[in-house]
Design a binder for this molecule. Structure first.
Ligand code: DHK
Length: 164
């Protein structure tokens, strides 16, 4: 299953890993009552306030996530990723994040450090510009704000470079 509110080129690619399609029904005490569609709508609206477009996706298949990240290299300007369980296990997903050469913000809805020890480590974090966890769906919105600031900074740096 892949969700996309704006397929193809978009400023921000939001990648969601396994089981996040079950948000709303899945362990609401941990992950909240909002669905992934609710989050997609909120993220798209928040990005719009920064003048940015969003391609919002989810898959239960690692290979889909990896292919989307590989494509992001030429289609997108920044990434928000909730790797879900794969963050704790997948070197291949880390490699795909590195392939993008884009600014990446990692988001977890729950506070992974307050949960089981096997959730305390994320393979993705070393390749991320920043990591947000424990703030529920708000974390995605803060990630949009952070990426907007990073992308605005890059633009103005480019302009300064272009001037010389
Ligand atoms: C989501 C998952 O599916 C878990 O496997 C992670 C993460 C935490 C989250 O908090 O969004 O351990």
């Amino acid at each position: 299953m892949a969700k996309s509110s704006n397929p193809g080129t978009a400023d921000i690619l939001v990648v969601n890993g396994p089981n996040l399609n079950m948000l709303g029904e899945r362990e609401p005490a941990i992950y909240g009552r909002e669905t992934l569609d609710d989050i997609a709508r909120a993220v798209t609206a928040r990005a719009k306030t920064h003048g940015l477009s969003v391609d919002f996706r989810q898959s239960n298949f690692e290979g889909h996530l990896i292919t989307w990240l590989q494509e992001a290299r030429r289609l997108n300007r920044g990434i928000i990723i909730n790797p879900a369980g794969l963050g704790h296990t997948s070197v291949a997903l880390l490699d795909a994040v590195i392939v993008t050469e884009l600014p990446v913000i990692e988001v977890h809805l729950s506070n992974i450090f307050a949960r089981e020890p096997f959730r305390h480590h994320s393979h993705i974090s070393p390749a991320a510009k920043g990591v947000i966890c424990g703030l529920g769906s708000q974390g995605y919105l803060f990630a949009v704000d952070a990426l907007a600031a990073l992308l605005a900074g890059k633009k103005s740096q480019g302009r300064i470079k272009g001037r010389k």
